[in-house]
Design a protein around this ligand. Sequence first.
Ligand code: HEM
Length: 340
Amino acid sequence: MGRHRLIAGAILIFTLFTGVIFPSDAQGEGNGNGLTVGFYASSCPKVEDIVTEVVARLSKQDPTLPPALLRLFFHDCFVKGCDASVLLDETPSGQPVEKKSAGNGDTIRGLEVIDEIKTQVEKECPKTVSCADILAFAAREAVNLSGLPRHTVPAGRHDSRTSRASDADYYLPTPAMPLEKIIAMFAERNLTIEDMVVLLGAHSMGQAHCTQFTDRLYKFNKDTPRDPSLNAIYGNELAGKCPEAMSKEQASRTTVDLDPTTPRVLDIQYYVNLLQGRGLLQSDQVLSTDSRTGGIVNAMAASSDTWSTKFLRAIIKMGRSNVLTEDEGEIRTNCRNYLK
Ligand code: HEM
């Protein structure tokens, strides 16, 4: 038996016994290959423990934080790559930053968690750990606290000095977008249709504001006010929570669970819901009926193990998207500010 086979065998046995997912399973082609597991082993050996402690402590106080942190990582990676651009309050160009975009605006949360981690990490090892890596570590904790095995996180990302609201508006998918366009956006991040369906399982936890789906209840199209793909009972429940008479202001402050059955857990209930017409966002519900994605939804709804293994691999793969490494980018000392 060759050396590579022996190593592969050892990795397989380790994975089977520990449930730890190896990033080599999830390498995106060309992208992010400068990242390595244990990147801070000698320069900041405590960083991953610090992230674990802070995310666990703050999530105990506010159990809605894990979904917020996972979404923050997604929104970072989808806009030009995982470079912490979503965290900047301003940039040298002075243009409005990603945080000010429609897709982020009032709905991104969890920024204070990243601030607290960064403060502690800077005390432990100044100017060493990037905000982009902290986001990736924090997302791993969010996933783990929500019930999935702990995956290893390749690191070595650097932080960008640019962040533009117009880029976020361009690169972030929205619930009303045609599936065709959403598929193209994931492809741009080197993610396949299967990766996309698997990653959307993230919507098995967390919340959405009424403004994100009330068109499906009251203004679907000129002949049919309510989206016919919506389960009738579920549609009535949603209408109870977000009535038509609700003011825009109230709707932008009122939230509903993305998964009404198990809202705090990452699980395959999301796919089961889709098969029952209980997907909250239009972009979710369409996955169960479109010929490119329907079979994948069925397969995920049938096996927790299949979905969770694929989900962790896809998260690692997404985290490799267009990263800055080595002499690109910088290591911020405060995640909200570029180096001056
Ligand atoms: C078609 C692609 C996607 C669309 C259109 C989409 C859209 C949305 C919208 C509209 C919300 C509700 C935001 C709010 O009103 O506060 C949301 C929440 C969320 N999204 Fe997505 N999303 C997509 C993909 C993803 C992916 C790939 C992930 C992660 C891997 C993700 C993770 C989350 C999480 C965890 C929440 C809950 C956030 C919270 O509780 O604060 N989404 N998404």
